[in-house]
Design a protein around this ligand. Structure first.
Ligand SMILES: *Cc1c(COP(=O)(O)O)cnc(C)c1O
Length: 384
């Protein structure tokens, strides 16, 4: 094998050369007016992209710190929060909130399904919740939540901050912070933005910012306090903590590519068409998509093996064919693999990985699948 291996996990996603090149640039001082202008343009551009009339934060961290930032700035010890969970990442909020001394109520779905809107509404009517969390795409299950519909519902619960984990969605799914009545949305650079890991982006509505103010001058957390970052986001020539300079440039480039592609709605359509074609193709070779039809993510697919296929053997064989995919989490460890298909990938990348999956499945199961998924995928992609 002479070519590079392809990383097709749900983050980090492939990083295209134009973005990689930004990582290799000569460093500048964080106060250099050229960098300050780039940082400001990136923050403002991201605010426009997601239609957020509040504030946008770009901070050196992974997505998990953004989860903590969302909770820290909108709740105080003793507050009650509702966690709507469609899997492992939804559940992660339980630990974050419990450690903070919040009263936690959880609505969990079966893996592959969603919590129905009626159940969310009934629960919200039971208590006064300071905040509610929802994971747009839970990466452990490949399930997409109906964020726009839930946002509409939240208009009835004006005292509850609506927090959306967009880590596996933002930059691929069409999201609109103001339009969807979202109070906090966040993601990490390494998912659908196709940048190396290391940055978190968070969008906060006016309502979320007002909630932070109501908590007083300080909160127990230091690095993730909105109040520490707000002056920097307004004027990045100021110092609070050293920005990840090359990552900011890489993110700026990624944003440029997204805008050049036509923005989030075009990007959503591209991901949607590709995901539907891929999911039919993968089903055609005997893999089962975990998420129920109607609730399937467009950013990744979680694929259950047919009877008799060993997870480790399959993924080792696929790696030898040039592709890294992720294993299943929790109860699905050993029973499925997770295939990322978000960000800056194209039809050539997908044909290659589908062909690799066919070869690996053929080798480990002897099944006659060569060409089957690729043919199915190409036909669907060519259809109107
Ligand atoms: C990846 C992911 C996270 C965690 O992000 P890190 O960058 O790994 O900290 C949180 N939520 C979802 C939905 C994710 O996919």
């Amino acid at each position: 094998m002479f070519n590079e291996k392809q990383v097709m996990i749900p983050g980090p996603t492939p990083v295209v050369k134009a973005i990689r090149d930004e990582m290799a640039r000569e460093i500048q001082a964080f106060g250099d007016p050229r960098f300050v202008a780039d940082y400001k343009a990136t923050i403002d551009g991201l605010g426009q992209l997601l239609n957020c009339s509040g504030k946008t934060f770009v901070v050196a961290a992974s997505g998990t710190l953004a989860m903590e930032m969302a909770i820290s700035n909108t709740t105080k010890r003793g507050d009650r929060v509702l966690i709507v969970s469609h899997g492992f990442f939804g559940d992660r909020f339980i630990d974050i909130c419990t450690r903070k001394g919040l009263v936690v109520d959880v609505l969990q779905s079966e893996w592959g399904q969603i919590v129905p809107l009626t159940q969310i509404e009934a629960q919200l009517s039971q208590h006064a919740y300071a905040a509610m969390t929802l994971t747009h795409v839970d990466t452990s299950t490949g399930v997409v939540a109906p964020v726009a519909e839930v946002g509409e519902l939240m208009r009835k619960f004006a005292d509850t901050i609506f927090i959306v984990d967009g880590v596996c969605a933002t930059g691929a799914e069409n999201e609109d912070v103001d339009g969807m009545n979202i109070d906090i949305l966040f993601t990490g650079s390494q998912k659908a933005f196709g940048v190396c890991p290391g940055l978190m982006m968070l969008w906060a509505s006016q309502k979320a910012l007002a909630r932070r103010e109501s908590l007083g001058e300080t909160i127990p957390e230091y690095y993730c306090d909105f109040a520490k970052w707000l002056p920097i986001m307004d004027d990045p020539s100021k110092y609070f903590a050293t920005p990840a300079i090359n990552l900011v440039w890489a993110l700026q480039k990624s944003l440029e590519l997204i805008v050049a592609e036509g923005g989030l709605s075009v990007r959503d359509e591209r991901h949607r068409k590709n995901a539907l074609a891929m999911q039919s193709a993968l089903e055609a070779i005997g893999l089962r998509v975990l998420a129920e039809p109607g609730h399937r993510a467009i950013t990744l697919s979680n694929l259950c093996y047919p009877e008799g296929v060993d997870d480790l053997q399959f993924r080792t064989t696929l790696a030898a064919e040039g592709f890294t995919v992720a294993g299943g989490l929790a109860n699905y460890a050993g029973k499925m693999f997770r295939l990322g298909h978000m960000g800056n990938i194209d039809i050539n990348d997908v044909v290659a990985v589908l062909s690799g999956i066919e070869r690996a499945l053929h080798q480990v199961s002897g099944k006659d699948v060569l060409g089957v998924a690729v043919t199915c995928y190409l036909k669907e992609m060519a259809a109107k």
